[in-house]
Write a protein that binds this ligand. Structure first.
Ligand code: F6R
Length: 615
């Protein structure tokens, strides 16, 4: 779970790689490093810390020049984050230099062999083993770099996206992929390599996304040569035209990506349903679903697999699928599902939800479900990601790049897609009345403006954040469709402010958590107009009578909860089934402001990374 960047061409490689690493820091940020070939030597600089620390170190210590280079931003798997374990890693001769995103699981046995053959190691990493294994093969087998990489990777167990070059062949970079993403940008007389297209998007719109078990030899003056790692056979590469632009991946005037992404939600929810939600015609058109409707209609059950925020979106879906489409739904943590020998049959439909499309556990769950014969449908944001390729079909969320590590717009756009699927299935099955179907179509179309309205409370929420920034614990309560929103609110606060928070179904409170309530304990209660309103009011009374502090998310115009709550955050009136799309907004803003006031690194919280490509 790291970011890799490489460049070969006529331009200075350093600024391109440095900038690329900054864009990829969402993938890991505990150390960073760069290696540039200056025409005679490989100049290497690495450091614990962020890309900005690397930049400072380079400014102080070396002048980096050259047209060939690679860079890395790390999220440690093997070896603590420190200067030595940072990538790039050199081979013993100093000729080869490599960057790696992934894990070499059998690195210990490979290392033992290499130690016997006289190799020495400076770091604790699996990557240094790989680069020396490649060097050893070059020497032993008298082969070129590309062939040696292929032979080495056939001995390796694990996952990788690597880029490597040999200072004696400075017109070439060799890359390979299994399990971790790798894109090759194709410019004029220049090539880029990166974990995603963001490092090279201002230079070229043409890219090859390597598939698993593929490698490529990228040589100046030649076409990219893609080969299968297993048998060395040539593959005709597919050059994709990229649709993202630079503005989409920059902060656009906001202080943090997270805030930008929170405020993008009215736009991206619209992007998600654009061309799909045809209110005037009374239809929902989802390209990926049309040919597979029967699979869903005839399914014994739908199993949703996901992690983190995407799992919360799955929980919201459970309510709406069962309510509208009357199909039994189970929502599973992908990490548990894949290891518990689950019962899956050909009559099951598995929906995998993942913003990045790269989450290792979700990807493994997808593969397992396929093996067992289920039909697997993906809901991903990143186009061309591993999960979107591995599933039988799917729907993209179209949320645009999400850079802030804490998921915000991916949650609401995932719910938008899931809502459209549930409504469409219900209509076809006849389990929803025409009136209800049309009402929800119209209401879904109005969600972007309601989210916009909810965002107008930003200033007020900032004031509430100021009051609560120093508390140590928070409880979040919700019922029905808003129970998953309570979980999501608590997760957001935990991950970016490091304050302990727990989400609970409001009625469960009296089965334990109520013991925590005292005059120090803020309880965020989602108390919008719904079938559960009266029950939530009773839960609020239970908290108030134990001196708890109530911060309530209420519907505009509410009077009852407003009277009882200490602080309120208003959202526009919305049909109950769609409320998660609006009630989540104040909770995102609350956690954002608390984290900012605590001076936390909002976009890159400690210990986290944007895509979790390790188990
Ligand atoms: C929370 C968060 C994580 C992700 C989880 C799954 O804000 O970002 O919990 O939701 O790692 O990631 P994806 O959706 O990329 O599979």
């Amino acid at each position: 779970m790291c970011g890799i960047v490489g460049y070969i061409g006529k331009k200075e490689a350093y600024p391109i790689i440095l900038n690329g690493l900054k864009r990829l820091e969402y993938r890991g940020y505990d150390s960073a490093g760069i290696a540039i070939y200056d025409g005679s030597n490989i100049q290497l600089c690495k450091t614990k810390g962020k890309v900005a620390d690397l930049e400072e170190k380079i400014k102080k210590e070396i002048t980096i020049k050259g047209n060939l280079g690679i860079g890395h931003t790390r999220w440690a798997t093997h070896g603590v984050p420190n200067d030595i374990n940072s990538h790039p890693h050199l081979s013993n001769s100093g000729n080869l230099v490599i960057i790696h995103n992934g894990i070499i699981e059998n690195y210990t046995s490979l290392k033992e062999e290499l130690l016997k053959r006289g190799y020495t190691f400076h770091s604790e990493t699996d990557t240094e083993v790989l680069v020396n294994l490649i060097e050893d093969i070059i020497k032993k087998e008298k082969v070129k770099l590309g062939k040696a990489v292929q032979i080495a990777l056939n001995q390796v167990v694990g996952a990788y996206a690597i880029a490597i070059f040999d200072k004696n062949k400075p017109d070439e970079i060799v890359v390979a992929k299994l399990g971790s993403p790798l894109a090759i940008g194709i410019g004029e007389d220049e090539f880029f390599v990166a974990s995603d297209a963001s490092p090279f998007i201002e230079f070229t719109n043409n890219a090859i996304y390597l598939k698993d078990e593929e490698m490529a030899i990228i040589r100046i003056g030649r076409d990219v040569e893609v080969r299968k790692i297993k048998d060395d056979s040539l593959v005709a590469p597919y050059i994709e035209e990229l649709k993202i632009n630079l503005e989409q991946i920059e902060k656009g005037g906001y202080e943090h990506f997270m805030l930008k992404e929170i405020f993008e939600q009215p736009t991206v929810i619209k992007d998600t349903y654009r061309g799909r939600l045809l209110v005037n015609k009374g239809i929902i058109k989802l390209g990926g679903l049309e040919d597979y409707i029967e699979k869903f209609i005839n399914a014994d059950r739908i199993i949703i697999v996901a992690c983190g925020t995407s799992w919360h979106a799955g929980l919201v879906a459970e309510y709406i699928f069962e309510d509208w489409a009357r199909i039994p739904v189970e929502v599973e943590y992908a990490s548990e599902f894949r290891y518990r020998n689950p019962i899956i049959t050909e009559k099951d439909v598995v929906i995998a939800i993942s913003q990045s499309g790269e989450t290792a556990d979700t990807l493994a769950a997808v593969k397992l479900a396929k093996e067992k014969g289920a039909f697997v449908y993906g809901i991903c944001n990143v186009v061309g990601s591993s999960i979107s390729r591995e599933t039988h079909s799917g729907t993209y969320t179209h949320a645009g790049p999400e850079i802030g590590v804490a998921s915000t717009k991916s949650f609401t756009t995932q719910i938008t897609v899931l809502t459209m699927i549930a409504l469409k299935l219900a209509k076809i099955k006849g389990t929803i009345s025409h009136r209800d179907f049309m009402l929800h179509l119209r209401e879904l179309e109005l969600i972007p403006s309601k989210v916009k309205e909810a965002l107008e409370s930003n200033g007020k929420i900032q004031e509430i954040a100021e009051i609560f920034k120093d508390v140590k614990n928070f409880l979040y309560l919700g019922r029905g469709h808003n129970f998953p929103v309570a979980l999501e609110g608590a997760l957001k606060l935990k991950e970016i402010s490091y304050i302990h928070a727990e989400g609970y179904p409001a009625a469960e409170m009296k089965h334990g958590p109520i013991a925590l309530i005292d005059e120090q304990m803020p309880v965020v209660v989602i108390a919008v107009n719904s079938n559960h309103y009266d029950k939530v009011v009773s839960n609020i009374q239970e908290i108030k009578s134990r001196q708890g502090i109530i911060i309530a998310v209420v519907t505009e115009g509410d009077t009852i909860v407003k009277e009882m709550a200490d602080y309120i955050m208003e959202v526009p009136k919305t049909p109950e089934t769609l409320t998660p799309l609006v009630t989540t907004i104040p909770l995102q803003l609350l956690s954002y402001h608390i984290a900012v006031l605590l001076n936390r690194n909002v976009d890159q919280p400690r210990n986290l990374a944007k895509s979790v490509t390790v188990e």
